[in-house]
Design a protein around this ligand. Structure first.
Ligand SMILES: Cc1cc2nc3c(=O)[nH]c(=O)nc-3n(C[C@H](O)[C@H](O)[C@H](O)COP(=O)(O)OP(=O)(O)OC[C@H]3O[C@@H](n4cnc5c(N)ncnc54)[C@H](O)[C@@H]3O)c2cc1C
Length: 368
């Protein structure tokens, strides 16, 4: 998963003792690059971020919870509120939340699928720059987003329109053949490296292709149960924010519960705190989900743009500004960034900005 400064700021603010372990386990990547077939790559300057294998983040957070004396229990299949003996239940059981679907009418859940198909893979190519790579095939355009995630490996999410997916036969070939086909399509962008399926998924079965599902809920609270994370809201992976938003839900919920002594001590106080969390976070997520949907739609139309033969620098600008909130100055900077020395200056300035922000949140010695 990738994340930006906002997640580190949140961790250092809310758990200064535990946050350095998370920072040490994360990888910094600077720059983003867009490759379209064998055309000259385009640079998206001033961009950087962090990434981490999901399993690593879970390990770091688990260790921290144990240090704090949290009673962690794994491997239970929770299907209803009544199975849990607790004052407050936080349903963070993901996009298909059973606790939510058991009361879907109450929560007013809507689930809207995206059009494109995607599959979440790895590659043994170590990319040090977040890379978008678009390739033209006989069945249409297909692309990946790749970023570093672990020693000797990177994450590689492959996405395409449904016609391309079926046209290439990716909907029906065994996983091993699908991987070889994608390796061949992306041979240049991967530098001849291999693609890796999720654990145990490279055999005779099919690759786990999915459609993104946008989940929204009219309310996130049902008495003493609240939704958080993907159970409450999903945002297209193109904005890389789902985990960050889930963590921020947790912070907001704790803030609401700890705001008053009463918020924790009495059932009435707890319900008031949960209602406050619901109202505040839902209002905050609405515009973010709208922006994420614009991002998803942009990728659903990316093939049309590419088919028109749009200039790569212009196409990459449209990709950079897919949320529609950047101005002319950014556009001019984007064009200038294609010149090597200008890019270098931007990189130096971005790096200085990053180090200052790290110092502001109390991070010491974590430069790389
Ligand atoms: C392709 C892709 C790329 C993404 N990339 C990024 C990224 O770069 N950065 C980012 O911030 N986000 C990213 N996201 C989003 C991110 O993965 C999710 O938003 C995040 O994992 C949500 O966390 P969660 O804890 O709410 O749900 P989940 O991570 O789905 O966790 C739900 C947990 O609940 C457990 N569970 C489910 N049902 C039950 C049950 N009945 N009983 C007990 N336990 C149960 C599951 O085992 C799981 O551990 C991406 C998503 C996709 C699809």
């Amino acid at each position: 998963m990738t994340f930006g400064e906002d997640l580190l700021d949140d961790f250092f603010r809310t758990d200064p003792a535990g946050a350095p372990a998370l920072r040490r386990a994360s990888r910094l990547w600077s720059d983003q690059m867009v490759r379209i077939g064998d055309l000259k790559p385009v640079h998206l300057g001033g961009k950087y971020g962090y990434s981490m294998a999901r399993v690593t983040m879970l390990q770091v957070l688990t260790e921290r919870a144990e240090q704090l004396g949290v009673d962690l229990r794994f491997g239970s299949n929770v299907t209803g509120r009544d199975e849990i003996d607790a004052d407050v239940v936080v349903a963070t059981d993901g996009v298909g939340s059973r606790l939510r679907t058991a009361r879907a009418g109450h929560f007013g859940t809507t689930v809207e699928p995206g059009e494109n198909r995607y599959v979440w893979l790895g590659t043994d190519r170590c990319v040090d720059v977040f890379t978008f790579a678009f390739e033209r095939t006989d069945a249409g355009w297909i692309w990946f987003y790749a970023y570093p995630s672990a020693d000797g490996a990177s994450t590689c999410i492959v996405e395409c329109a449904p016609e391309t997916w079926t046209g290439l036969g990716l909907d029906s070939v065994p996983a091993a053949d699908g991987l070889r086909m994608l390796e061949s399509i992306f041979a240049d962008a991967l530098g001849g490296h291999r693609l890796l399926a999720p654990a145990g998924g490279d055999g005779a079965g099919e690759l786990p292709w999915l459609r993104f599902r946008e989940v929204r809920n009219r309310t996130w609270r049902d008495d003493d149960l609240v939704l958080a994370g993907d159970a409450a809201h999903t945002t297209h992976f193109g904005i890389g924010s789902g985990t960050v938003l889930a963590v921020q839900d947790g912070v907001a919920l704790a803030d609401a519960l700890y705001a008053t002594h009463d918020g924790r001590a009495t059932a009435q106080g707890r319900i008031a705190a949960l209602s406050a969390y619901d109202a505040r976070r839902r209002a905050r997520l609405g515009p973010i989900q709208d922006m994420a949907r614009r991002n998803m739609r942009w990728f659903e139309r990316a093939g049309e743009r590419l088919e028109r033969g749009e200039d790569p620098v212009e196409f990459s600008w449209a990709l950079l500004d897919r949320r529609g909130d950047m101005g002319r100055l950014h556009y001019r900077l984007h064009r200038a960034t294609q010149i090597g020395p200008v890019r270098q200056v931007r990189r130096t300035l971005t790096s200085a900005r990053r180090v200052r922000r790290a110092a502001q949140r109390g991070e010491r010695g974590a430069i790389g």
